[in-house]
Design a protein around this ligand. Structure first.
Ligand SMILES: Nc1nc2c(c(=O)[nH]1)N[C@H]1C(S)=C(S)[C@@H](COP(=O)(O)O)O[C@H]1N2
Ligand SMILES: [Mo]
Length: 523
């Protein structure tokens, strides 16, 4: 016999499903913050797992389509899928309660699996999911009861038995739970970063023992539309797999160096700041996924400890001096692994364990409290942010994160150049037009940049002063623009006489090639 007082219509059922899911997520967030394990956030754990399981072409599509908003797009997508499932399950569960319970159990299992398979997970990470599931079940039951109780309002209706219920009471309860969930969820997320924020705002960077030379006059042409020579921190591109920026507490942080041919050493943040070899250098960082003409490249003044010095303290020798380890694997707080050639780090270049960026402690987005920066190597093989561990090993023994995903184990930066102004597809007035941009060949240096108009001869441009071989170089070309549609192409030649190839190649597996070409209309 059907007990009509215990069934709920599809619409209130769907609402109950949505509200119960929101309450579950908020409760899980709050518990993960209370446990001081923001990494155990259910939403983030599931999101991170989705990122890791996403096939490479889809990831590339996401980056191409959404750019640095790819993470936001992922959350919106996940949220939409979850909302639809919650609503549908809730609507069905109004009739068949067991569907609701099974749904919660399935979601909890997925959540537990995601939480426990994160690289940095521990047993405590099950708690937020379990609490979330319990809250979900309780809210669902409560709302379903509310929607099933009360006097019948519409008698003599032809539609399937739809018991009437106190709509106002249901709306009040559902609205109150939804509002409370939103409040708890937002508060929890903002608390997640407060300890780390305190530790960052407390820091005063010491004066580096080896400051960078003052910028030579004329490194920055200061032309409208041209990327400034030093990229301000807030404009610096950000590329990483972290869905929420890791907020690391510097006071609790340490870096371990160990592995093949190394005596284990551990450094605290205070150890790094107290060192007598703090070094300041200008280094241009580039992402391997930067398309030709793209802006996943930036130049900053970094302060850090020479990585080679730290390795030497651990007794590490370069493979060129008979050391057994040829790969340095850095691991981050959030489980990223990045593999760098030991020979490059120890060949005398200014490879840094950086703690400062443009005079400030590293922004959280850029790896606070410490990250690597190695001139001449793409970020994915060198620039580990939120670094916690450096292991000496071999390229034969270990593949870092991006390698099984189709990217090359070695990633030296390819010489590139870009036109910043005029913008592609823009309209400019006839006469003298300053065509300007940047060119980079880190650790080699830029020797020459040339421009070609409408497929004509290559013409040399005026290069700005050079800071160091590890930084990009601005350039400008004085173009006498005639009315009509025109095509401008740039190419650079580095100090090893390598001129950029015209052959286009995509970013994968080891960096894009081809010439940056733009169309402009002159009127
Ligand atoms: N922990 C961590 N470090 C990381 C990454 C990451 O995903 N996780 N991405 C790398 C890549 S691909 C690049 S290009 C640089 C980008 O550094 P930025 O975000 O400070 O510009 O960080 C590198 N370090
Ligand atoms: Mo990158």
């Amino acid at each position: 016999m059907l007990d009509t007082t215990r069934t709920t219509g599809p619409v209130p059922g769907a609402i109950a499903g949505l509200v119960a899911t929101a309450a579950a997520l908020a409760a899980a967030e709050a518990v993960s913050v209370l446990l001081s394990r923001p990494g155990a956030s259910l939403v983030l754990a599931v999101g991170d797992t989705v990122v890791d399981l996403t096939p490479l072409p889809l990831k590339q599509f996401a980056v191409d389509t959404f750019g640095t908003a790819d993470k936001f797009a992922l959350f919106v997508g996940m949220g939409a899928v979850l909302a639809v499932m919650a609503a549908v399950l809730g609507a069905i569960a109004g009739r068949r309660r067991w569907i609701g319970h099974t749904g919660i159990a399935v979601f909890a299992t997925v959540g537990l699996a995601a939480a426990l398979t994160r690289p940095d997970s521990g047993a405590l990470d099950v708690v937020p999911t379990l609490v979330g599931a319990a809250v979900c079940a309780a809210v669902l039951l409560w709302l379903m009861r509310t929607a099933a109780s009360g006097p019948t309002e519409q008698a003599g209706d032809d539609s399937p038995p739809q018991p009437g219920f106190d709509r106002r009471r249901f709306a009040l309860v559902a609205g109150a739970v939804a509002a409370a969930s939103a409040g708890v969820g937002t508060t929890a997320r903002s608390f997640a970063g407060s300890a780390a924020e305190l530790s960052r705002s407390d820091i005063t960077l010491p004066r580096p023992a080896f400051p960078a030379a003052p910028l030579p006059d004329g490194v920055d042409l200061e032309i409208d539309g041209l990327a400034p020579f030093l990229t301000p921190n807030e404009d610096f591109y950000r590329i990483d797999t972290a869905l929420s920026v890791p907020r690391v507490d510097a006071a609790a942080w340490s870096l371990r160096i160990h592995g093949l041919g190394a005596r284990e050493r551990v450094y605290t943040f205070a150890d790094l700041l107290a060192r007598s070899d703090l070094t300041e250098r200008d280094i241009t960082l580039a992402c391997v996924s930067n398309p030709v003409g793209g802006d996943y490249v930036g130049n900053a003044r970094w302060i850090g400890v020479p990585l080679a010095a730290l390795l030497e303290e651990a007794g590490v020798r370069s493979p060129r001096d008979g050391g057994r380890a040829d790969q340095l694997v850095s691991r981050s707080e959030d489980g990223m692994t990045i593999g760098t050639p030991v020979a490059d780090v120890m060949d005398g270049r200014d490879a840094l364990l950086a703690v400062g960026m443009n005079g400030r402690p590293l922004p959280h987005e850029h790896g606070f409290p410490a990250r690597m920066v190695v001139p001449g190597l793409y970020g994915y093989v060198s620039a580990c942010k939120w670094i916690v561990d450096i292991e000496l090993t071999t390229f034969d023994a270990f593949d870092a994160y991006w390698v099984p995903r189709g990217w090359s184990a070695h990633g030296p930066v390819k010489t590139q150049s870009r036109i910043d102004t005029p913008r592609g597809n823009s309209t400019v007035g006839a006469g003298r037009v300053a065509v300007a941009g940047v060119a980079w060949a880190q650790h080699t240096g830029i020797d020459q940049v040339e421009i070609r108009v409408d497929g004509g001869d290559w013409q040399p441009v005026t290069l700005a002063a050079e800071d160091t071989a590890d930084t990009w170089r601005q350039w400008v070309f004085d173009w006498v623009a005639e009315p009509g549609d025109h095509e401008l192409t740039v190419r650079a030649t580095d100090r090893r006489s390598r001129t950029q190839t015209a052959d286009p190649a995509p970013p994968a597996p080891d960096g894009a090639t081809g010439h940056h070409t733009i169309e402009v209309t002159v009127v």
